[in-house]
Structures are given as structure tokens and as C-alpha cells.
Design a protein around this ligand. Structure first.
Ligand code: FAD
Length: 174
């Protein structure tokens, strides 16, 4: 079935997402979405000093937004499949995603480490605890990123503020 034949209705899906989003923004939760208000300081990275760099103008086969667990595993697997032209951008100062941002005392996973942590066999790493601490998870994710050479092209402290879908003729996506 081609995309043109599909009954997928992007506008209907967007309306459904917007409706669900509205439900979650009820009451004081709306303040959380206001990133210009008092909560805006949480957009800043308290852990890694921001180093100014020159703008990067680039074209890559796969751009990964976010270097959390998913943003590490996806390009690692793509590389195994022969897709090496990838770049990861993240607003954070390093890989790790939630495990970069969340460092409060006692933070840990609630799924067993042996199941939760990716590439344990590949890196020959055995988690110290049944439920790994945030620090251990973060350390392991950075080790995975190093192992798969993901640091070379990563752009940290770089926030994606917009995306434009570049469509081919007749409106079908590439
Ligand atoms: C304390 C805690 C415990 C958890 N425990 C478990 C568990 O036991 N089991 C489990 O399955 N899950 C758990 N989770 C859920 C966890 O979120 C996922 O397991 C997983 O780590 C999410 O990875 P991710 O890459 O999808 O997203 P994230 O880790 O959220 O990474 C997203 C990244 O994208 C970046 N980003 C977002 N927007 C932009 C933008 N516009 N431009 C640039 N960068 C951007 C962010 O800075 C972030 O680094 C836990 C989460 C927390 C906080």
C-alpha cells in the first residue's frame, strides 16, 4: 500500500494529540508549559558550562534529536546496519537524557538493571545493583556512546526549535 492510498489522516491525528495535550494542561499544570515564566530556569543546564561554538551547517542522512537512551541506541543500531552518516543533537551538555538531567539523591531505575541497560553484553558490563542508580545508568549510557563513536558528531547544548518537512512532488514524503 502506498502512502497515497493510505487512509492515514494527519490532520485528524494532530487534532487528537492537541485534545489530549489540552487535558493535561488543566489547572496549575499550565504553568509548566509556560517556559517564559518562573519555571524557565529549568531549561538551563546546571551541570555543564555552555561553550560557545561556531554555527554548524551540515547535511546528514539521519539526524537524531535527543541523546537519551533512545537517541543512543538508534544510531548505534543504524551504524551496525551500515548507516554511519548520523548526528545527534541535544539541549543537554552530554549524552544520557533523563539520566543526565535527573541526579537527585536516590534516583534509580525501577526495572531490573539487567533488563533496562542496553548493550551490557557488548560492553562486557555487569550492573552493580539489581536496580541501578541514576549515576550508574548515566555512566553506562556515556560508555555506550563512546563505544559506538557517537561523541564525534554530537552537538550538545543545541536545541531544535523547528523542523520543516521537505516533501517531494505530489505531497508524498521521502
Ligand atoms: C528517575 C527516572 C527513573 C526511570 N526509570 C525507568 C525504568 O526503570 N524503566 C524504564 O523503562 N524507564 C524508566 N524511566 C523512563 C526513561 O525516561 C526512559 O527509560 C528512557 O531513559 C527515555 O529515553 P529517551 O531517549 O526516549 O528520552 P530522554 O531520556 O528523555 O531523552 C530525550 C533527550 O532529548 C533532549 N531534547 C528534548 N527536546 C529537545 C530539543 N528540542 N532539542 C534538542 N534536544 C532535545 C533532552 O534534552 C533529552 O536529553 C525513568 C525515568 C526517570 C526520570
Amino acid at each position: 500500500m502506498s502512502f497515497a492510498d493510505s487512509r492515514f489522516d494527519a490532520d485528524a491525528l494532530r487534532r487528537r494529540y492537541d485534545a489530549e495535550r489540552e487535558k493535561r494542561l488543566a489547572g496549575p499544570r499550565r504553568d509548566i508549559a509556560d517556559l517564559t515564566g518562573t519555571l524557565s530556569r529549568y531549561l538551563d543546564d546546571p551541570y555543564t558550562p555552555v561553550v560557545t561554538r561556531h554555527p554548524v551547517q551540515d547535511s546528514v542522512e539521519v539526524l537524531v534529536v535527543g541523546g537519551g537512551m533512545a537517541g543512543i541506541v538508534a544510531p548505534a543500531e543504524l551504524r551496525k546496519a551500515g548507516v554511519t552518516d548520523t548526528r545527534i543533537v541535544d539541549a543537554a551538555g552530554d549524552f544520557g537524557g533523563v539520566w543526565y538531567w535527573n541526579r537527585y539523591p536516590g534516583a534509580m531505575c525501577d526495572v531490573e538493571s539487567l533488563v533496562y541497560l542496553p548493550y551490557l553484553e557488548e560492553l562486557g558490563y555487569v550492573p552493580r545493583d539489581r536496580y541501578a542508580s541514576a549515576a550508574e545508568i548515566w555512566g553506562h549510557l556515556r560508555a555506550v556512546a563512546r563505544h559506538h563513536d557517537l561523541y564525534d558528531t554530537a552537538l550538545f547544548h543545541t536545541r531544535v526549535t523547528g523542523m520543516v518537512w521537505e516533501s517531494m512532488s505530489r505531497g508524498s514524503p521521502r
